[in-house]
Write a protein that binds this ligand. Structure first.
Ligand SMILES: C[S@@+](CC[C@H](N)C(=O)[O-])C[C@H]1O[C@@H](n2cnc3c(N)ncnc32)[C@H](O)[C@@H]1O
Length: 365
């Protein structure tokens, strides 16, 4: 599903019809998941005492999504420690073109990008993950300060520690936070000269109204939260529309890593709400929704089943019923620059790869 900027599921969230069956994995995804079975949930976890449930707003958000018709789980819950590691593995798969294409665009146009964004800034990466792309940027931009923000806090802290080793003169900070609840930076982060970096086409995980709201929040950060002459900018990665086979393969790889990544959300949710999802009862589904110009990922129940969670919550699923776990919108450049303009970015410049698969866009208020 699209990530929501609001704590409760929004009426703006799209609904979708029954997904058509496409691009199944060669081997059943739950077999791919077995590679990580040491981290699989206890079958009876709804009965067992739950040591550390999520805070109440997370609990409410997840359970509200599970009770929706169709059920949804926000893609932000993919990212526990294992989810972050699985995503890192996805970026190295032959089918997953976005990471290597974006990286190639950034390297090929490094000098032009550096000229446009300027040196010595405060670099703020949202959804920073392993910070690999920021590392590439830091080599050319030499920012005075780097702030990585990510919901997967432990994974981020390790990545930022590696940044400190590589760039000892740079002030590198890690902020573990859910950016859809607003980003609060440490008070001593300079308000001028900020460059917000949002790579990986993660903006595509939000449906368009929420993507617009998020871009507006980024404009506020770039504006130094009201600082006059803030002189900030946004550098953002956009996955462009392309051949459906290329798109579907990227979200349904032959080795089953994306399937394992999708299924892992159930294990994470079990920990957060004390539920008893058994990932072996679900399979990964990914397809391109042409009408909405987005990849959709779902988890499909392979038999009729019941899921229970702490506090007495229960949801029955029929065989074939799905939980919508992710959207990834593919925007054309004109559509995306129009959205940037509506979010208050009046100037934009874009670089793409020779095939026109991915764009890196610099935007200023
Ligand atoms: C698709 S990965 C991209 C990682 C990295 N930026 C890249 O380009 O390779 C999305 C990243 O955003 C983080 N993330 C997802 N939802 C988030 C949220 N609501 N708040 C903060 N971080 C989030 C994930 O933990 C993950 O590291």
């Amino acid at each position: 599903m699209a990530q929501a900027l609001l704590q409760t599921p929004s009426p703006l969230l799209p609904t979708q019809g029954a997904p058509r069956q496409a691009a199944w994995n060669a081997k059943p995804p739950h077999l791919a998941f077995e590679a990580f079975e040491g981290l699989a949930p206890e079958p009876d976890s709804a009965q067992a005492p739950v040591p550390a449930l999520a805070d109440p707003s997370v609990f409410d958000e997840i359970t509200a999504g599970l009770l929706q018709q169709p059920a949804t789980i926000s893609p932000k819950y993919f990212y526990d420690q294992l989810g972050s590691e699985l995503f890192e593995s996805i970026t190295r798969l032959p089918e997953y073109y976005p990471t290597r294409t974006e990286h190639a665009v950034m390297q090929q146009h490094a000098a032009a990008i550096a000229d446009a964004v300027g040196h010595g800034r405060t670099l703020i990466e949202l959804g920073a993950g392993n910070c690999e792309k920021a590392r590439t940027l830091c080599r050319t931009l030499a920012p005075a300060c780097f702030v990585g923000v990510d919901i997967s806090a432990d994974f981020l802290h390790d990545a930022v520690a590696r940044m400190r080793e590589e760039f000892p003169g740079m002030d590198a900070r890690a902020v573990g936070a859910d950016m859809t609840r607003g980003v609060t930076l440490p008070a001593d982060i300079p308000r001028t000269g900020r460059l917000v970096f949002y790579p990986g086409s993660s903006i595509g995980n939000f449906d368009p109204p929420h993507a617009l709201m998020l871009l507006e929040q980024m404009r506020d950060l770039v504006d130094g939260e009201g600082e006059p002459h803030a002189n900030g900018g946004l550098l953002i990665g956009i996955d462009l529309p392309k051949d459906v086979d290329v798109l579907e393969a990227a979200y349904d790889d032959a080795a089953g890593v994306t399937a394992a990544f999708n299924l892992n959300v159930l294990t994470h949710v079990n920990r957060l709400i004390g539920s008893n999802f058994d990932p072996a009862q679900w399979r990964h589904l990914a397809f391109f929704n042409t009408l909405q110009s987005r990849i959709e990922m779902h988890l499909q129940a392979m038999s009729p089943l019941q899921v229970r969670w702490q506090g007495g919550g229960v949801r029955d699923f029929a065989a074939g019923e799905c939980i919508h776990t992710e959207n990834s919108y593919k925007y054309t450049l004109p559509v995306f620059t129009d959205m940037l303009a509506r979010a208050g970015f009046s100037r934009a410049q874009a670089w793409t790869d020779p095939r026109g698969w991915f764009a890196v866009v610099h935007a200023q208020p």
